[in-house]
Design a protein around this ligand. Structure first.
Ligand SMILES: [Zn+2]
Length: 156
């Protein structure tokens, strides 16, 4: 299953360009960890569409060491919990596009999509960008998720 990504319109790497930006609604960065960070997708499939991104500018999961890979999944877990809390998400699609033929928009910097789903929601895989309906603005999404993320108990 490919997540169709927006073409990267920035010069340089979309993710590396955010490296020095602090978490907040302007950067859309929800959380920074030692080896990775969590950022809202600027072109979400659904409200709450997150991405977990390693700091390392590498194209594939196989280029990450075990610690970076573990942190990526731990942040995905926290993302799932925050999305259940903030949006009552009932289901999720998680996905990584590795390489352009797989649909990667930022081919050189691997990232994990976390997309919340609800019973009866539109099938975003069959929906084009032009017809997607995203009723909530990103700043509101950010504030909701930030609150839920910070309210979660410490993890083991
Ligand atoms: Zn990068």
């Amino acid at each position: 299953m490919a997540y169709i990504e927006e073409r990267n319109s920035e010069s340089g790497c979309l993710f590396c360009n955010r490296r020095d930006e602090a978490p907040g609604p302007a950067s859309l960065i929800l959380h920074r960890a030692p080896r990775s960070f969590v950022i809202l997708n600027r072109y979400p499939y659904t409200n709450g569409h997150l991405m977990v991104v390693p700091n390392a500018h590498v194209p594939s999961l196989e280029d990450l060491d075990s610690q970076a890979l573990s942190e990526l999944m731990l942040l995905a877990r926290r993302g799932l919990r925050a999305l259940r809390q903030a949006y009552g998400a009932e289901a999720f699609n998680l996905g990584v596009n590795i390489g352009a033929p797989a649909g990667a928009g930022v081919v050189d910097h691997v990232h994990l999509h976390v997309v919340p789903r609800w019973a009866g929601d539109t099938n975003f895989m069959a929906t084009t960008a032009a017809t997607r309906v995203i009723p909530e603005d990103l700043e509101q999404t950010y504030l909701r998720l930030d609150q839920a993320w910070r309210a979660l108990p410490a993890e083991d």
